[in-house]
Ligand binder design. Structure first.
Ligand code: GLU
Ligand code: ZN
Length: 281
């Protein structure tokens, strides 16, 4: 039996500068692909056309080359994948795995507020959707509204994925319903969401191993459910620790002082960056 080639990817969004956290992810993915004699792919996740900027994309290529990385060209850009996204949306719609949602953020916060007071439950995408539009009649064609994942007519109840750091992760459909909920599959403004795009693109590119931060661990459960519904393979995941600043705070995109660009400007070498990452707590 031939062994499947190990394929890793790094999938940054060109909405800001790459920082140390990105360097950690990309070097981990790159090194793993190299050690396995596999392939490393770059994908530009520019579906959010309101926030993606060409200058950030250029900077991503420049920073990654400076780190010593290379990848096959041309890179896959999500903005070129509209046709594939629309086809998947149609499939999900035809199988009644989505429902239109016209709730505003305010509506959601109001409907999700516990009657006994306190804060609403929060999942990987923020407040867990309280289900307001879930039982509305479905129009025949996909409407121009936001679309959410309908979990009600999925028959499989038990799911699993392998995480090279966290081991075998088992979860149920009701865990997803209770702790994640009816996530957005297509946003009204951009007509797609991160969750659907990432699942389609990882499958399209033949990605076998997904290396990314543990902040996406819960979201992976949605990705596994989507893979099941769409008949796509589930890759092996590796959700690594997050790089934090000296106060223990997560690095954010706006944290320009820790951008790779600013380390370069301060005369650091790629090896210095590798050292920083392994020392950073
Ligand atoms: N574009 C996403 C990000 O930059 C990719 C996350 C992932 O690796 O799935 O956060
Ligand atoms: Zn709604």
């Amino acid at each position: 039996m031939t062994k499947t080639k190990h394929v890793e990817r790094f999938a940054p969004s060109p909405t800001g500068l790459l920082h140390l956290g990105h360097a950690f992810s990309v070097l981990a993915a790159y090194d793993a692909a190299r050690d396995a004699g596999g392939e490393f792919l770059l994908r530009i996740e520019d579906i959010d056309f309101n926030r993606s900027k060409p200058e950030f994309e250029t900077q991503i290529y420049d920073d990654l080359k400076w780190l010593g990385l290379s990848w096959p060209e041309p890179v896959l850009r999500q903005s070129d994948r509209r046709g594939a996204y629309d086809a998947a949306l149609q499939t999900l719609w035809d199988k009644k795995h989505m429902f239109p949602c016209t709730c505003t953020r305010k509506d959601i916060a109001f409907a999700a507020a516990p009657q006994e007071g306190g804060d609403p439950l929060v999942g990987p995408d923020g407040i867990i959707y309280p289900g307001t539009c879930r039982n509305n009649d479905l129009p025949t064609a996909i409407p121009e509204t936001a679309l959410r994942l309908n979990l009600d007519n999925i028959t499989q109840t038990d799911f699993t994925f392998t995480d090279l750091i966290h081991g075998t992760v088992n979860f149920t459909l009701s865990d997803v319903q209770n702790t994640i909920g009816n996530v957005m599959i297509a946003r009204k403004d951009i007509g797609i969401s991160y969750h659907l795009a990432v699942v389609l693109d990882d499958a399209f590119q033949g990605v076998t191993h997904v290396t990314r931060g543990v902040d996406l661990f819960e979201a992976t459960k949605i990705h596994v459910v989507l893979q099941h519904v769409l008949g796509l393979p589930t890759p092996i995941y590796r959700h690594h620790r997050l790089i934090r600043d000296e106060n223990g705070k997560r690095l954010a995109k706006r944290d320009d002082a820790r951008s790779i660009q600013s380390y370069r400007a301060n005369g650091m070498s790629p090896d210095d960056v590798r050292t920083l990452i392994s020392l950073a707590q």
